[in-house]
Structure formats: C-alpha cells, structure tokens
Design a protein around this ligand. Structure first.
Ligand code: E4P
Length: 218
C-alpha cells in the first residue's frame, strides 16, 4: 500500500518525506486554506514546493470550479505546474466528464468525494487514476468507511479496473491498518496517523533495557 500525506503543510510533508516512506501528497481547498495560502500565485507556488519535496511522487491538486469548462480550465493550469500533479476532481456529473477528458489526454486524475460503490464505478469507467472514498466522513455518520473501501477494491478486482483505490479522510492509525487489510492501493493520512504506526510500549520498554545494558559495557 502506498502512503500519501493529506496536508498542504510543508513542514509536515518534509517530516513524512524524511522518513523515506512517502509516495505522494493530497490536498483539498480546505487544507490549502488552513495554511493561509491566498491567490493563484501563492497556490501554484505551494504546489510547486510540494512537488519539489516529494520528488517523483504524486501530488493531488484539487480544482475549485464545479462546472465542466471551469474544471478543464483549472485542471490544465494545475497539470502544467509539474508532471507530478494529479488533477483532483469531484465525483459529480461534470467531474466525471472532466475525469474522462483528462484521462484521455494522459493526465493523472483523482476522483474525490466518493461515498458509494456506484460513484467509484463511474470514476473507474471514466479512467480515473485514483478514486478517493472518504473513510472518516462515512464513519462520522455511522456508516462503514472501511467497508466501502473493501467493497470498491473487490469490485475493481473482479472487473479488472486499473483505477487505484485511495483511502481518504483517514483520521487515525487504526484506519490505516484497516484500509491495509481491506486491500486499498493507497492511504492518504495525517502525519499523526502515520507516526502512530511506530507506537508500541514493548518497543519503548525493550529499547530502555538495551540502552541501560549498553551503558554497563562502556
Ligand atoms: C483527501 O484527498 C481528502 O480531501 C481528505 O482526506 C478529506 O479528509 P477529511 O474528511 O478529514 O476532511
């Protein structure tokens, strides 16, 4: 399973990248706004900076437009920033048409805001590179986010769709493990959830003993 980090914060992206396990980054308008990025110049510069940190990795940049023509206009500009850019488009009627447009041109796409197998199917048929089911937001409404990831993976494998299942809206470390077992191709996670994978009290206890015993030999 590939690891993407779900943020537009450069320090967090650097920290995850320095671990040597990062395959890409996802952003959305809310994550960009949280960083105080304003205006086209700053937005484009932020994407360029992110691409520079995760060299060779996929960087999802989401369009702000909700109409087909607007999505094409914005998507073309975003894709021109760097070949690493994946154009992120919402799973709406216009969004699916835009996914088809960009995939036909060989531009990588991430179809976002996916909450059902039916939406994932349309994204795959339109040729999306990634489809993003939102795990945490489904859990928030007492639905089964990881169950949806597993269902999409099963359908894509049965029918041989090439679209990668990108588990999004990951809220904590256990979500990562559950998406791993569900067969997700990618999980995009907050830094805290990635670092949480390292936590084990027996590792801490064992290391403390080794450090103490190593002292005896000095
Ligand atoms: C990433 O592609 C999604 O936009 C993001 O994971 C949504 O996460 P949230 O539900 O925590 O806002």
């Amino acid at each position: 399973m590939k690891f993407f980090i779900d943020t537009a914060n450069l320090d967090q992206i650097r920290e995850a990248n320095d671990l040597g396990i990062l395959d890409g980054v996802t952003t959305n308008p809310s994550l960009m706004a949280k960083e105080g990025v304003k205006g086209e110049k700053e937005i484009f510069q932020r994407y360029a900076d992110i691409c520079d940190i995760v060299k060779g990795g996929s960087v999802s940049a989401e369009v702000f437009a909700t109409d087909y023509e607007g999505m094409l206009r914005e998507g073309e500009v975003l894709a021109a920033i760097n070949p690493q850019i994946t154009v992120k488009l919402p799973c709406t009627k216009d969004g699916i048409k835009a996914v088809k447009y960009f995939s036909s041109k060989g531009v990588a796409t991430n179809c976002t805001l996916v909450f059902s197998v039916g939406q994932a199917l349309l994204a795959a048929k339109a040729g999306a590179t990634y489809v993003s089911p939102f795990v945490g937001r489904l859990d928030d409404i007492c639905s089964d986010g990881v169950g949806l990831v597993a269902d999409i993976v099963s359908v894509f494998r049965t029918y041989g769709y090439k679209t990668q299942v990108l588990a999004a809206s990951i809220r904590h470390t256990q979500h990562i493990i559950e998406c791993l077992h569900a067969g997700a191709d990618v999980a995009t996670c907050p830094l805290s959830a990635i670092l949480g994978l390292l936590n084990h009290p027996l590792t801490d206890k064992g290391l403390a003993t080794f450090v103490k015993d190593a002292e005896k030999m000095k």
